[in-house]
Write a protein that binds this ligand. Structure first.
Ligand code: 5AD
Ligand code: SF4
Length: 474
């Protein structure tokens, strides 16, 4: 099975490279017509998976001859969308309206939409009806076909729509344009099989598919040769990596292979599901010199009733035990989490239970989300939806606790000297640079562009809550 997939992928890759050549001709014609290089703008909504997909879109667009711009007054604008909560969808519709006005003034402008939101039929219906000026629409499964879709778009004077329900294909080695030269996301598995009852991801990203270990290693080695020192391994549930490969491999096993890559300094990953986080993984992190001291471990709720209704497949006791084990084995690790407030049937007592867990685990940071009803998920059909006012009260109560816990954890490294990977010039003060500790905390200190992409020792002089002000040593 997996050999066949690889074969198909190899052919598919060739086909796409042929389309890249064909689209180059189309873009050259456009350039001649405009008497300047046509520009493009990729706007990304949602998670790091989408950010990585956007680097793939950018890679193709640059290869075919477009010039990158960060303005939506461009000749090609693509929105890479998210649909995890309804406000993500609303943002897209809002901006799309404004984009239609821009297009009226630039007849050679093309507009494309892709990503998770496009996997929903109701969205496609709405686009056809209310946003007929959109030129190209595709989903999450056929992003590798982007060059071909661009060609179809140039050939057609109507909206080109190509949405697949599923795919078993993983196409390797197409152009990618990285946002940072020193760090990169790497997809290790696509899709999700967990079916948490509130979550739309399994419906829009499809079934779980792992990439082969050797393909991942090859990609990372190539990136390291190209200057990358930090990788972020990406998957909806990285802990279930490798289960369905022809020769199954555990996520911890994959990490140990990646650790061996010379020149690679830091390994991060996102996201872990508590039910699949193994002792083997904890030991592998503990023994590693490269795996960063940060674990994002979504709790969602601290109440067993709600966890059951959410289909999370763990109890609060199991979560607490796991968090305690992680903190015991790797004391310098930072733990962050996601929490949903207002899931159907959630009571004030359920929220009290979540607050208890927050107090006990003392997360370094927690992202709290108001439950959003996603059509097609089991939770959307539940009758006991919580009234908005109650949700708001619960949310405010939770947020206070989250902030209190984070304040208590903040500043614990003050006075220490720690390695920092410098990422960019500080947004507010260009005499400073901004970088990250292994545990993902931001640090600002005096320095210039020559430090970007380097790991340097910084004395953490002053804590400002979620970040430090520091001083570079030696
Ligand atoms: N409503 C609110 N939050 C959600 N999340 C996922 N689905 C929903 C939903 N329907 C949150 C979860 C997840 C994070 C990425 O988004 O907390 O961990
Ligand atoms: Fe949004 Fe989920 Fe898609 Fe990421 S995978 S863009 S969070 S819907």
């Amino acid at each position: 099975m997996s050999r066949e997939v690889t074969l198909v992928s190899e052919q598919e890759k060739q086909v796409q490279y042929e389309y890249i050549e064909k689209v180059k001709e189309k873009v050259a014609l456009l350039e001649a017509k405009l008497s300047r290089k046509p520009t493009f703008c990729v706007v990304t909504f949602g998670c790091q998976m989408n950010a990585r997909d956007s680097e793939k879109l950018t890679g193709i667009l640059k290869t075919v001859g477009y010039e990158e711009s960060d303005s939506e007054y461009s000749d090609f604008v693509i929105y890479n969308t998210c649909t995890v909560r309804d406000n993500a969808n609303q943002k897209v519709y809002g901006r799309l309206g404004a984009l239609g006005t821009i297009k009226k003034k630039n007849p050679s402008m093309r507009i494309a939409l892709c990503g998770c939101m496009m996997q929903e039929q109701s969205v496609i219906d709405k686009l056809k009806k209310s946003y007929p000026f959109v030129d190209l629409v595709f989903g999450t499964h056929n992003i590798y076909k982007f060059a071909q879709l661009l060609f179809d778009m140039f050939e057609s004077d109507r909206m080109v729509i190509d949405i697949w329900k599923e795919t078993d294909k993983i196409v390797e080695e197409l152009p990618v344009d990285r946002k940072y030269h020193f760090k990169s996301g790497i997809n290790i598995l696509f899709g999700c099989d967990n079916f948490c009852s509130y979550c739309i991801v399994p419906y829009v990203r499809g079934r779980e598919r792992s990439r082969e270990v050797q393909d991942i290693i090859k990609e990372i080695k190539g990136l390291v040769e190209d200057g990358v020192v930090e990788v972020m391994l990406l998957g909806q549930n990285v802990n279930s990596y490798g289960k369905n490969l022809e020769h199954p491999v555990s996520f911890a096993g994959l990490l140990r292979e990646i650790e061996k890559i010379e020149g690679l300094e830091r390994i991060r990953f996102m996201t872990s599901h508590p039910k699949d986080l193994s002792d083997e993984l904890i030991q592998t992190i503990k023994e590693s010199g490269k795996i960063c001291r940060h674990l994002h471990l979504p709790l969602q709720s601290g109440s067993n009733n709600i966890l059951k209704a959410m289909n999370r497949k763990y109890t609060r006791e199991q979560y607490l035990e796991l968090a305690e084990k992680i903190r015991r084995e790797i004391p310098d690790i930072s733990l962050t989490t996601d929490i949903i407030v207002g899931f159907p049937g959630e009571t004030a007592e359920d929220i009290d239970k979540t607050i208890d867990v927050i107090r006990e685990v003392q997360f370094d940071n927690a992202f709290t989300f108001i439950y959003s009803k996603r059509t097609g998920t089991p939770a959307a059909a539940m009758e006991n939806q919580v009234p908005e006012e109650e949700v708001k009260t619960g949310f405010d109560r939770l947020l206070k606790e989250v902030q209190k816990a984070a304040r208590q954890r903040a500043g614990k490294l003050t006075g220490m000297v720690m390695p920092v990977l410098v990422e960019e010039i500080n947004e507010h003060d260009n005499s400073l640079v901004t970088g990250r500790l292994s545990n993902n905390t931001l640090v600002h200190f005096k320095g210039g562009t020559e430090l970007i992409g380097k790991i340097v020792s910084v004395s953490l002089d002053e804590s400002k809550g979620f970040y430090y002000f520091g001083r570079m040593e030696g």
